[in-house]
Write a protein that binds this ligand. Structure first.
Ligand code: GDP
Length: 453
């Protein structure tokens, strides 16, 4: 394949920039622009070695640089690769890249280095996808799970399911092809049991998706409560700066303010809603409608109660409205005298945290409570979590096929029908890992990458 080149470091001034070249001619191209201090040409260098020297265009000496050589197949892409580390100026880096392109390399598209690694069998599609997840990780857990996938955790997990399906298919084929021979008949009971095992594996794998999604995208959260309980103060306290308007006149948060905040490893995508109360004010009542709509859409509700006043009609209504939902009851103003009916709150909520949004106290307890609610099944996640929508779609459609196969079996349909469904499940799983993904799928995956990776 023709050599590709791109700047692998961010497009910003820095200490060092790295320009990558990959392809059969990578070292030949590097030889045309790089002179080592020791006089050795990059074409003569061994893999995993580097040389100090300078980048040159004819008589012009462009920059001092270090060149690292990787030889196929022992490189990231599986091809010959050269990496030039030069001074990290934007102009100088681009000038060197232009020179490399002039000598015969073509500009790499987004993710093209990783795409070549995938096409050369260096990694599965799920591993390739995890490369980007590692780069975009913003927390300890997220990074750990992305690394596990990059090391092949999802690939192995999916492979276990695929192998089980292929074994069933093998048994079915052997029996269908040679019924007169001494091959034991496939009993519906045994087949049903095997399909149940497969379905359990499917379900457990699908459950990991939500976990990963929460780590990557955060939880759509709404802060709800009657006016003046401290919703805006809580929002400001969490986000660390003044976004909502805080006043002691009831009803000043008229609309929905949104903000993303990180508490430990969890990101809350927060909406602070207008206080829930009956109102004559038209603008504000629109806000109240939005508040209920936001509650309906939220994955998590932080239901705020005021520690300093007894519960009122609007509090009871809110409690009823969110009864079946994932909620944390937040008793605010814990710095002042308690008049609220804590017992009633305890009877009605599983998760309760007492805070003083004004004094930033109790926020650690809120963080612990969130981790307890959303990040409990850690070991499961370490075994490989479904990392994105594409993987989930493949998984769900394979799982659907397996469910239909079980249904067909229970309804006494021909084994042929079951074979067709399981065949389809296996190929969906192979699309997931990339073993048999179409060019469109592959191109789509890599188009989301950054250039130079
Ligand atoms: P919202 O209407 O629910 O958004 O309530 P605000 O955040 O505007 O707060 C209403 C009033 O309660 C303001 O005067 C705040 O300063 C006060 N407040 C908020 N949190 C606390 C707290 O933790 N302790 C005390 N003592 N006052 C608070």
């Amino acid at each position: 394949m023709s050599a590709i080149a791109a700047i692998a470091t961010p497009d910003a001034p820095g200490g060092i920039s790295v320009i990558r070249i990959s392809g059969e001619d990578a070292l030949k191209i590097a030889s045309l622009i790089f002179k080592s201090a020791g006089g050795k040409s990059p074409e003569e260098m061994e893999g995993y070695t580097c040389a100090y020297g300078y980048v040159t265009d004819g008589n012009e000496r462009i920059d001092d640089a270090v060149l690292t050589v990787f030889r196929a197949p022992k490189s990231y892409t599986g091809e010959n690769c050269a990496e030039i580390s030069c001074h990290g100026g934007r102009y100088i880096t681009k000038k060197i890249l232009r020179l490399i392109l002039k000598k015969g390399a073509v500009l790499a598209g987004p993710g093209e280095f990783t795409k070549r690694a995938f096409l050369n069998g260096k990694m599965s599609l799920t591993q390739a996808e995890a490369v980007m997840d590692v780069i975009s990780s913003s927390g300890e857990r997220e990074l750990r799970f992305a690394n596990a996938v990059r090391e092949g955790a999802v690939f192995r997990r999916i492979n276990v399911i695929k192998e089980k399906i292929i074994k069933i298919l093998g048994d079915l084929a052997a029996w269908a092809d040679f019924p007169e021979e001494d091959i034991p008949e496939v009993s519906p009971e045994a087949l049903g049991k095997e399909l149940d095992e497969v379905l359990t594996l499917f379900r457990k794998t699908a459950e990991t998706y939500d976990y990963g999604r929460i780590l990557r995208e955060g939880i759509n959260t709404v802060i709800a409560g009657k006016p003046n309980v401290g919703k805006s103060t809580l929002m400001n306290c969490l986000s660390g700066f003044q976004r909502s308007i805080v006043t002691d006149i009831a009803g000043t948060t008229r609309d929905v303010v949104e903000e993303s905040v990180k508490l430990g490893d969890i990101t809350l995508r927060l909406s602070d809603t207008a206080g829930i109360r009956e109102t004559e004010d038209v603008i504000e009542s629109i806000g109240v409608d939005i508040a209920y709509k936001k509650i309906d859409e939220a994955e998590l509700i932080l239901a705020v109660f005021d520690n300093t006043v007894p519960l009122e009609k609007k509090d009871y209504e809110l409690i009823e409205y969110i009864r079946e939902r994932k909620t944390i009851a937040v008793i605010n103003k814990s710095d002042s005298k308690t008049l609220v009916d804590k017992e009633y709150i305890k009877e009605n909520f599983k998760h309760i945290v007492e805070i003083s949004a004004l004094n930033d106290s109790g926020i650690n307890e809120l963080k612990d409570c969130l981790e307890d609610m959303f990040l409990k099944e850690e070991t499961e996640a370490d075994a490989g979590i479904i990392a994105n929508e594409r993987q989930m779609e493949c998984l769900e459609s394979a799982m659907q096929n397996a469910k239909e196969a079980k249904y067909a079996l229970e309804n006494g349909e021909l084994l042929d029908a079951i074979t067709v469904l399981l065949d389809s499940a296996a190929s969906k799983l192979m699309e997931l890992t990339g073993e048999s993904a179409s060019e469109t799928v592959i191109n789509n995956v890599f188009s989301r990458f950054c250039v130079g990776k």
